[in-house]
Design a protein around this ligand. Structure first.
Ligand SMILES: Cc1cc2nc3c(=O)[nH]c(=O)nc-3n(C[C@H](O)[C@H](O)[C@H](O)COP(=O)(O)OP(=O)(O)OC[C@H]3O[C@@H](n4cnc5c(N)ncnc54)[C@H](O)[C@@H]3O)c2cc1C
Length: 278
């Protein structure tokens, strides 16, 4: 299928993008196009204007500063995947990125696009939640920062306003006690996950503290399993699996019951990763 006709404008500044979003209420921002163009081609969306943000300078950097890793919205998945700073200071992202689609998709898709799109089966929103990260956005009233826990509101719905441009994400840099774990089950490598789990914790003696488990593919947004987190922190993996209070719905990939079973399988795998020195 072909998309409905649309106008196209490549902007050079955030101010220009924000102003155009104000003038054209049904306009859409175009980053890597790896999700947006598919929705246009399937006519799930028919914006009158695409605002291409790829010409805005300063949104494609990866920086380790002030105890955090900041990644610009226009950083491609492939660039982050090859980044030494991500490998060293953001190991959960380094584990998750290779699971996003295929190489061709990762060459164009952006981290900002993935977080803004907020697909419930996507890897990066779950990583952001597991890491207690945050999002920078610029809109008509200027710049603001939104915690991951407040950012993902519902199915493909975020805290971004209609004139907001996501400019960067920020996560705490890994320290010597940081433990991370990641696993997903997909029909084929590169497919969206049936169920996935991104996790972080802190080594605490022989155990774990500050355990954060963010499941994806099990609801309208990535979601934490707080009762299982508490059980895992006390060192009891069986109790953590038993405490999983997810209630996934059936979807085209699997029934809710299968997803819940798979979530338990993933939790055991990720718990083993968290308990290994890293
Ligand atoms: C075959 C295939 C398989 C895929 N598999 C996976 C997968 O396994 N896991 C996964 O996570 N993703 C997957 N993707 C999607 C891919 O990761 C996309 O790159 C990502 O979801 C969107 O990033 P993008 O830069 O391409 O955004 P675009 O497609 O350009 O935009 C997506 C949406 O976000 C908005 N947007 C983009 N950037 C911004 C911004 N800076 N501020 C505000 N709004 C913005 C756009 O307006 C649009 O609504 C797959 C895609 C394809 C085609």
């Amino acid at each position: 299928m072909k998309p409905a006709p649309f106008a196209y404008k490549k902007v050079r500044s955030l101010a220009e993008a924000v102003a155009l979003l104000g003038e054209h209420k049904d306009a859409r921002l175009l980053a890597g196009g790896q999700s947006l163009i598919a929705t246009l081609n399937m006519r799930l969306s028919a914006p009158s204007l695409l605002i291409d943000i790829n010409g805005i300078g300063g949104l494609d950097g990866i920086a380790h500063k002030g105890g955090a890793v900041e990644i610009g919205a226009l950083v491609r998945h492939a660039k982050a995947e090859r980044s030494d700073a991500v490998a060293k200071h953001a190991p959960l992202l380094a584990r998750a990125l290779p699971h996003i689609g295929h190489a061709a998709i990762r060459n164009r898709g952006t981290l900002g696009g993935s977080i803004a799109f907020a697909d419930p089966a996507a890897e990066l929103p779950a990583c952001l939640l597991a890491l207690d990260g945050e999002v920078d956005a610029t809109g008509p009233k200027g710049k603001r920062t939104i915690k991951a826990a407040d950012f993902f509101k519902g199915l493909f719905e975020t805290a971004l306003g209609p004139q907001d441009v996501l400019t960067a994400i920020r996560i705490p840099a890994a320290g010597k006690d940081t433990r991370v774990g990641f696993a997903e089950l997909a029909r084929r490598h590169g497919d969206y996950a049936i169920v996935g789990l991104a996790a972080s914790a802190r080594a605490d003696g022989k155990g774990l503290a500050d355990v954060r488990l963010a499941f994806f593919g099990v609801g309208a947004t990535a979601m934490r399993a707080k009762k299982a987190e508490a059980a895992l922190a006390s060192g009891n993996v069986d109790a953590a699996v038993a405490a999983l209070d997810l209630e996934p719905q059936d979807d085209v990939q699997a029934t809710g019951a299968v997803k819940k079973h798979l979530a338990g399988v993933l939790l055991r795998r990720v718990a083993a990763q968290l308990m290994e020195p890293q």
